[in-house]
Design a protein around this ligand. Sequence first.
Ligand code: IMP
Ligand code: MG
Length: 350
Amino acid sequence: MAINNVDICCGLAWGDEAKGKIVSQLIQYNKYDWICRWSGGNNAGHTIYVNGIKYATHIIPAGVFYGIPCYIGPDCYINFNAFTEEIEYLKTNGFDVSKIYISGKAHVITDEHIDDDNKNYKKQQGSTGSGIAPCAKDKFARKGVQVKDCKNFPYNIWNETVSPLYGDILCEGAQGFWLDINYGEYPFVTSANTLPYSACSLGFPHQVIRNIYGAAKVYDTRVGVDPSFEHDFSETYESVYTSIAKIGEEYGTTTKRLRKVQWLNIDKLINAINISGTNHVIISKIDILEKMNSFVYIFNDNYCHFETKEDFIKNINDIILNKCDYVEKIIYSDNPITVDLLNNSSSLST
Ligand code: IMP
Ligand code: MG
């Protein structure tokens, strides 16, 4: 069976753009044969609601909640203990974990990697302390350990060179555009390729990609150290940023750290949409700005204020449609659990 269609969901910002919600919705609309994770490790935190109950995973794709085979690809990093914990958590909650496959080529995060991360990256760069950078360092120095080399590995190992993926595939992104090792504000990035270009590492050609769902939020948030994010933190907005963080519950899924907030930077968003090839933009948490009754974005380094939500949205849409050739739909979401990707009243077609 060949590969038919591939859909990709990626983050257009610094992670935490509600990709989990989008992925979970796509699974309900489409019949996928595989839900895949192409990069990163358990530094990510994906929040998914199933039948109204909130679940959080770090490395295992959302297919596990719907009985669909899941694949963790060769460009991922695996912390064996954290993986086992996640499996136990899913089992305890009644989910079938028998259809989760890990690429034999994924790299193993060791205790030494975690120690190194905690000593040398956590404070300096605000890393999540999950051992990602040290594991990547060993991988690229070609002295890492791959999953297939682990003795008595108790989970399903997938050999993609012998058995390629097939059918319809959904690729679940982790982190976001500005954390990509190549496109982010290096060195304040993660050690992974977070963009659709690297989803092909799962073992499919570019030609089979159908839709790219780019997730954004109506304001920007950042967790971890990043001087490029700090410079706009003007005193004028300090208290409104703090209120947005509180009302929007901007705490890390993995680290529980409070995220820094800023108005949406449209110039950055445009860059992320164009380079990722996003054709469906999903902008979440519009309700939080509504609660604050503050509608502001940054465009061309100016703070642009709007009186109404409608005016604010119209201006964002106009800029995106003017500057992003691939965009077919822009969807605004005010619900943390679901998103109407098919027929949203705010969506546009070009
Ligand atoms: P690392 O991936 O743990 O090495 O962290 C590197 C940078 O990426 C830090 O600024 C982290 O806060 C950030 N980061 C990594 N994973 C995530 C995520 O899933 N959401 C948001 N930020 C993340
Ligand atoms: Mg997250």
